[in-house]
Design a protein around this ligand. Sequence first.
Ligand code: ATP
Length: 355
Amino acid sequence: MLWVDKYRPQTFDKFVIHKQIADNLKKMVATGDFPHTLFYGPPGAGKKTLVMALLRAIYGPGVEKVRVETKPWQIELPSRKLEVELTTISSAYHLELNPSDVGNNDRYVVQEIIKDMARNRPLGVDGNKSYKMLVLNEVDRLSKEAQQGLRRTMEKYSSACRIIMVCNNVSKVMDPVRSRCMCVRVAAPSEDQMMEVLAGVAKKENLIMPPVFAARLVDYSMRNLRRALLALEVCKVERYPFGDDQEPTRADWELYVAEVARNIMDEQSPKQLFVVRGKMYELLANCVPPELIMRQLLLELLKKMDDEIKVEVVQQAALFEQRLQEGAKAIFHLEAFVAKVMSIVKNYMVSCGMA
Ligand SMILES: Nc1ncnc2c1ncn2[C@@H]1O[C@H](COP(=O)(O)OP(=O)(O)OP(=O)(O)O)[C@@H](O)[C@H]1O
């Protein structure tokens, strides 16, 4: 088992970070009921860990006996019959899915699954009909129609099931959905907290971790706990005892994005734009999400450019990131962003007499 799973705290009492949130959730569970909840925060902050601990606190360890299925859902529409295939993770008490995986059909999936869950309510320990939990991941990627549908269904079936939603960007979840939930912000852990978790894992694995190396891991992981733990495990396989000079290995796609950033800074021309477009296609074809490409590319570009143009480039990245969300074809927006950055860099170089 990977360390990220092996050392994931399973009960609220074992939480090293987000202790306050864990204590509050524990108190709420003790009241016997639970509202619809929305957990939001950056990747690797600990949202999923809180959700799993919450389910365990409500239903007991049985919730960890899960089944992964890829099931076809038959949906009756007024004009036709729709069949969508979706992977779900379920126990006797909960069902977890990522509805945005089915693209435009997400609105039907959300409604159909909630209706289906409401029909099959589990029994609680006291023998009374209890409620089932639906865990929806990446709700910020749901279409507007699906979010509208979710809002109506949430009200209609609230006695039969509760919904836990998880997302990175809460501003992409519409107000009416947010206002029907208890919103829990899961902030990225601080560097000290990351150190604490890494030191705890190293101790349990009987590893000696030099402080300089630990600090480098924290720096590399950009406050993403999963990234830090995975990097620690990879470094252990590559070389142990750890050395002060040891660097975490970067993923291939990250190195590729760094190369793209180098290309942009080396030459700003239509020919170079064509070369970069090919590389962007390559990244997308290898299933690297466009938002991640945009973010990583920006970080790499900022390392290489002068302070004078950084603000403008960040503004453009924000603009094209938003267009990426609204538009259909990611490549158009990524390419437009690259063209814009090239023009900013070129103009700057001309104004400084460097080109
Ligand atoms: N409170 C905690 N104490 C110790 N370790 C934790 C805690 N929360 C999370 N972790 C560790 O961090 C890893 C990542 O956490 P988690 O999967 O919950 O993040 P996430 O916010 O759901 O990420 P993503 O949005 O990318 O899915 C876990 O596998 C676990 O090992």
